[in-house]
Design a protein around this ligand. Structure first.
Ligand code: PEP
Length: 251
């Protein structure tokens, strides 16, 4: 049985005071919940303040991205070591906005993933097709490419620290959620790819989160599907009560 993983990706939102307020509200709402792993991923500049509030809680902290070097002349980048230094145990790698707006490709993301893992972070690795790709019948090809290239070189043990987030780009921030059946179909396909590439043990244990307009009123039915092991939540993670309701839907 895979323990659900529900993470909030705050994207480029919330100033320090708002970020601190949000986690102060969230903490008591999720206190005592142990049946789901809970992660919040604030902006880099609010991580430290948020981590101070989260100390001793059941909410883990994650970065939204990180670079593939520990330190040096890489202006504006943030290393896994820096994320860990401010209390992160997780990072997102390969969010579609990084792929789409910042040109991050499969090869780069594979390097980032491997470096983050080697540095001791757990990784939510995002994949997903655009609307054009889905409508053009390319969904399976795109997912195959993203999984094959993006996860290349990982060991069976690495998958204790990696979750795959299936986030159809057409559902992110659009209010259009994949139906539970659409999500299940894609997740089962991805799990099949993982079985082919890494074997049954990996396919059985890896968590596959769904992301794309998850809200309190659709979370439970999405996560009730056998291959949907949690959620990666954007907009609805910016309100403590809504996010708490989503993760209770995972229980
Ligand atoms: C995301 O940011 O990964 C996401 C899924 O956003 P939203 O929930 O707002 O669609």
């Amino acid at each position: 049985m895979r323990k659900p993983l529900v993470a909030g990706n705050w994207k480029m939102n919330l100033l320090v005071a708002d970020a601190v307020k949000l986690v102060k509200e969230l903490k008591p709402l999720v206190q005592g919940i142990s049946g789901v792993d809970i992660v919040v991923c604030p902006t880099f500049v609010t991580l430290y303040a948020v981590s101070e509030v989260l100390k001793g809680s059941n909410i883990e902290l994650g970065g939204q991205n990180c670079y593939l070097k520990e330190s040096g002349a890489f202006t504006a980048e943030i290393s896994p070591q820096m994320l860990k230094d401010v209390g992160c145990t997780w990072t997102i790698v390969g969010h579609s906005e990084r792929r789409q707006f910042f040109g991050e490709d499969d090869a780069l993301l594979n390097e980032k993933l491997k470096f983050a893992l080697a540095s001791g972070l757990k990784v939510m690795f995002c994949i997903g097709e655009t609307l054009d790709e889905r409508q053009g019948g390319k969904m399976n090809d795109v997912l195959t490419r993203q999984v094959t290239k993006g996860l290349a070189g990982l060991s069976e043990a690495d998958f204790d620290e990696v979750s795959v987030a299936y986030e159809p780009v057409w559902a992110i921030g659009t209010g259009v959620t994949a139906s539970p059946d659409q999500a299940q179909e894609a997740h089962a396909f991805v799990r099949g790819l993982l079985k082919t590439q890494f074997g049954a043990a990996v396919a059985d244990k890896v968590r596959i989160q769904y992301g794309g307009s998850v809200k309190a009123d659709n979370a439970a039915e999405l996560m009730a599907k056998p291959d949907v092991d949690g959620a990666l939540v954007g907009g609805a993670a910016l309100k403590a009560d809504g996010f708490a309701a989503i993760l209770k839907g995972a229980l």
